[in-house]
Design a protein around this ligand. Sequence first.
Ligand code: ADP
Ligand code: MN
Length: 515
Amino acid sequence: MDSVGVAAAAPDAGPGPAWQSKCPWGAPSTTSISCSLADVMSEQLAKELQLEEENAAFPEVVAAAEGPFITGENIDTSSDLMLAQMLQMEFDREYDAQLRREEKKINGDSKVSISFENYRKVHPYDSDSSEDEVDWQDTRHDPYRADKPTTTPRRGFIGKGKDITTKHDEVVCGRKNTARMENFAPEFQVGDGIGMDLKLSNQVFNALKQHAYSEERRSARLHEKKEHSTAEKAVDPKTRLLLYKMVNSGVLETITGCISTGKESVVFHAYGGNATEDKVIPPECAIKVFKTTLNEFKNRDKYIKDDYRFKDRFSKLNPRKIIRMWAEKEMHNLTRMQNAGIPCPEVVILKKHVLVMSFIGQDQVPAPKLKDVTLSSEDMKKAYYQILNMMQQLYRECNLVHADLSEYNMLWHDGKVWLIDVSQSVEPTHPHGLEFLFRDCRNVSQFFQKGGVAEALNERELFNAVSGLNITADNEVDFQAEIEALEKMNEDHVQNHGKKLSAFSSDGDPPIYDE
Ligand code: ADP
Ligand code: MN
């Protein structure tokens, strides 16, 4: 079953009240059916699991022509269709089984047998031809793979004269088929058919085998998904539920697809929903889902563990909550930046490990990263001075060091640079804050010096310009040593006085923003 076909086959919702298009179960018939919240949730979860399979992978980049993958409209009608098809298949299978039983009853031990073959139901998945089905069969074990059903076998018969039995003999075939059900995955329920003298027609056997095969893959996939959580491109069922809730509550209109899958997060594009209460939601949103795969985050402990804002909480938290803290951290940092007027995404909503913010870009196309865009030398220079300015603002007004600043986390949009990806940003007095700042400065200096901006300060000059410190070392090694000495001094101050110095520089502006 291909998801594209299913999605395309979804019936047109047609004009209707707004709530209808938002209803997760498609357009309801007439009366409202009362059921518990728990039911709704679990059904929704089941549906999500199914959808997850259907959209085995998200598109890497959103193409405008592609349909959205989560909307209030398409999901559930397609699920209904799927459900109906599955029920139909189930019915057909039972019907066929009944036919076979009647066939057997009528034929008994009689030499002349009649067949009900023509009355069999045609299953949605085997309606094409039985020849297609041989493709998926195990070629090593299946003696029938090359043969089409034919009345005159090319070879292979037993017996003599009128007792001749070819390998296409229905009874022999049927028994063989029944016996071969044993090769299905152990969790596939074949009932007690194996022990009985049950004769499965090739077609029925094919159908069963295909079903067993796809069931096996399905359960393997589901299992894998559960374990790896939001690993890979997909999101886990819990995250999906969060996303659906956002769509259903009207915060988001549609989630169109995936913009980026990084090591630590997956970013989706969405259209903003109608304003809820008095909150105005941007027309286009970016949804950053922090991955709940834990090992990815282990190496980032240092950013948060030593951040005194989170220090007390850190030790008490389980890993899942630590991931949420990343999202929370990004939200706080973005808010600080927003307040200082630094171009950056605006926070829309935070739910657990899912952060919704305004989208930097237009019509589903994200603004390019600085590393991917070719700027005129004039724009390059402009961008440089803007960044210098933003780094100073970030340090002085927001009391933050980006800590992952590079051409990868700066977007070029509307003729200016926008800063993103601030979940790891720390305050300058973080035990490694100044080292992080120095690294940021190195990235920025190198990028703009390579990019031909003659005015670009070197990394040490930039560091001093941003921090207001006056480290005079003229080589990197000494410079770094001085930075570390400063950090140590501050830590000692914490040890002795129980609190940090307000700032490193004596003459610099004191941090304005404090939470
Ligand atoms: P990661 O930790 O995976 O690097 P980022 O926050 O840098 O996470 O997001 C990854 C990518 O997603 C970015 O490089 C950018 O292309 C895109 N992106 C993230 N946030 C936004 C946004 N608000 N608007 C547009 N694109 C975004
Ligand atoms: Mn990034």
